[in-house]
Design a protein around this ligand. Sequence first.
Ligand SMILES: Cc1cc2nc3c(=O)[nH]c(=O)nc-3n(C[C@H](O)[C@H](O)[C@H](O)COP(=O)(O)O)c2cc1C
Length: 203
Amino acid sequence: MARRLTYLYFAALLLALCVFAPALSEDAVPVWERRVTLHAGFDPERPVPDETVQHLLRAALSMPTGGDQAALRFHAVEDRDTMRKMQEGHPYASALSTSPLVIVVSGDMADAYYPELLEMDAGLAAGAILMEAADRSLATCVLSISPQEKRIESVRAALSLPETLRPILMVAVGYPSEDARTSASIRPLDDVSVTFVPGEEEQ
Ligand SMILES: Cc1cc2nc3c(=O)[nH]c(=O)nc-3n(C[C@H](O)[C@H](O)[C@H](O)COP(=O)(O)O)c2cc1C
């Protein structure tokens, strides 16, 4: 009886380890430390599941916007030909040669109360996409579009965007291929990047 109980105990322990260990180890590393950039070497054969695409877009839409203007518009593009057309006017968009997905973030000038804040809105939205992607083991690459007119025009043409939509940036997303070389420059809290201004009691 005692031996059977011991076996049962170990079996339960093993099961608990199998179920909880992966979650524990992922949680131990903060999501921003799991972010990786890929300029080339996404796995083009491994699409981003539709449900995940929805999560990425929801993350972007969860971010605040200047004056709550909510004038960002998103295009989730999986079509390689469309990506090729975007690359025509963008000399630094190698990520689009292999990424199975790119999310284009545009500002709607007709709906914007504060057009001068749209680029900041887009930056925050992109940050949220990067974090959500990292949390799902996806690599990303931010590609700027605005203010270069050539890039704006090629993206506008590829997506048949109306004149009121100004593409600002895009985020290539996908799983890294096996031999991909990812990067992630995580800078330390040093005197160059950060200045602390302590309150009076702390001085
Ligand atoms: C605003 C912005 C614009 C960027 N534009 C491009 C781009 O046009 N093409 C590109 O390959 N990477 C682009 N990047 C990616 C940066 O080059 C990348 O963040 C940098 O290499 C450091 O990446 P890491 O911190 O993940 O290593 C852009 C990044 C940001 C934040």
